[in-house]
Ligand binder design. Structure first.
Ligand SMILES: [Zn+2]
Length: 406
């Protein structure tokens, strides 16, 4: 690396370490920020010489990145931004901290994908899904798909691994000449009833979808999910033993195996490593407190709330909603989610915007009780499982109560 980049990289590592020592989080944002101030091309210098995979999408990217890093790890050391700092500052910090590794798997915020592709020249880009998120800040879904499409058309050498079940992802990915399709299912359809290519309606039947007017339709996936396993392009079924819940994570495992295979990793060699992933920055963590087995689920937008309802056991459930800056300030998306799956269980609500949640549950006919604190929630339920579903800052608040559980 040029001298300037070496200095920037070293200062970045030191700043991140100081921030960690001061107890101000994991330091990856400040470390990357300082490094990029000293050398604006630092990310490109740090990426140079590594085989890189980028993972982007609205939901599941932190978990899929972790699973993919585990799978690619068959080949050797992998640098990764494992704590969800998914903008260029976080990537810079992760690569500076890792030192020389032959591989890197980086989670990328969907808005930054084009910029990070330009800086890191990845070998593989994985596209998971696009759905509404943070109404007051995020782009319209179709606009996001257009940005991805342009970025991929500009880099035809990238091997794209994309979700055949999401019309928005397919529209973006077909701009690339080299696409491997996976099917991970898509429970949420409410952002893809209109064709992004021509504006005509999209029809669905079982797993299939197609535009009624133009050629855009579901491609045939090479990687699919069947029961609790993944079928590879040769038709071989690999049982996936995950320590994280939900069908959605078997889909994320399929994505991880598909990305790793682009680096030459055989699924039989990688599949066992996926079970080493337990919880991811507190997501899916299980903690015992006062005889309650508390499980934490992060859900940030309508699509991820639907997936969370699919994962929870039939047990008392605490819902917590905030609307601080990282969450987005507009909670009207609560009305996009059907809370009916929670009927018939003990439901507790808390968080800054518990009353918004109360109105939503009332409309849905789901009985609930408001609690003022996490401790009150724990003592309000009988010993046994307590499921917690929370959006971003609400999740972090509860995680802090549990001593920053990972
Ligand atoms: Zn169309």
């Amino acid at each position: 690396m040029p001298l300037r980049a070496k200095v920037a990289s070293s200062v970045s590592r030191t700043a991140a370490a100081l921030s960690r020592a001061a107890g101000r989080g994991d330091g990856s944002v400040i470390g990357g920020w300082i490094g990029l101030k000293i050398d604006p091309d630092l990310l490109a210098h740090l990426a140079n010489g590594r085989a890189i995979a980028l993972v982007s999408g609205t939901n599941g990217k932190t978990t899929t990145t972790r699973l993919t890093a585990a799978a690619v790890g068959v080949l050797g050391p992998v640098a990764t931004n494992s704590y969800g700092a998914n903008m260029p500052t976080g990537h810079t910090s992760a690569l500076a901290k890792a030192g020389h590794t032959p591989y890197a798997v980086l989670e990328v915020d969907e808005h930054y994908l084009a910029q990070v592709i330009a800086a890191t020249t990845p070998r593989v880009v994985a596209l998971l899904n696009l759905s509404r998120d943070q109404l007051d800040r995020a782009k319209e879904v179709a606009m996001m798909a257009d940005l991805w499409r342009t970025a991929l058309a500009d880099h035809p050498d990238i091997l794209v691994v994309a979700n055949a079940d999401d019309p928005m992802v397919v529209y973006a990915a077909v701009a690339s000449p080299q696409v491997t399709w996976f099917s991970a299912g898509q429970r949420w359809h409410d952002d893809s009833w209109v064709c992004p290519q021509c504006g005509a309606p999209i029809e669905r039947q079982a797993d299939q979808w197609w535009c009624v007017n133009c050629p855009l339709r579901r491609p045939t996936p090479q990687w699919t999910v069947e029961d609790d396993g993944v079928i590879d392009p040769r038709g071989a079924w690999h049982k996936v033993n995950l320590q994280i819940p939900g069908k959605v994570n078997v889909g994320n495992a399929a994505t991880a195996l598909a990305v790793a295979s682009q680096f030459g990793v055989r699924p039989t060699d990688a599949v066992g490593r996926l079970s080493t992933v337990t919880s991811v920055a507190g997501r899916y963590a299980q903690v015992m407190r006062d005889g309650r087995n508390i499980r934490l689920l992060l859900a940030k937008n309508p699509a991820s709330w639907l997936e969370a309802f699919d994962m929870v056991d039939h047990a008392p459930t605490l819902l917590s909603i905030n609307a601080r800056d990282p969450d987005g300030l507009d909670t009207s998306w609560l009305f996009d989610v059907d809370f009916a799956p929670l009927r018939g269980r003990q439901v507790l609500i808390t968080g800054d915007r518990a009353y918004d949640l109360a109105v939503r549950l009332e409309v849905n006919g789901v009985p609930f009780r408001h609690v003022l604190s996490f401790d009150e929630a724990v003592t309000s339920v009988p010993p046994g499982r307590l499921e917690v579903i929370a959006n971003y800052t609400a999740f972090q608040d509860i995680r802090a109560e549990l001593d920053r559980v990972n």
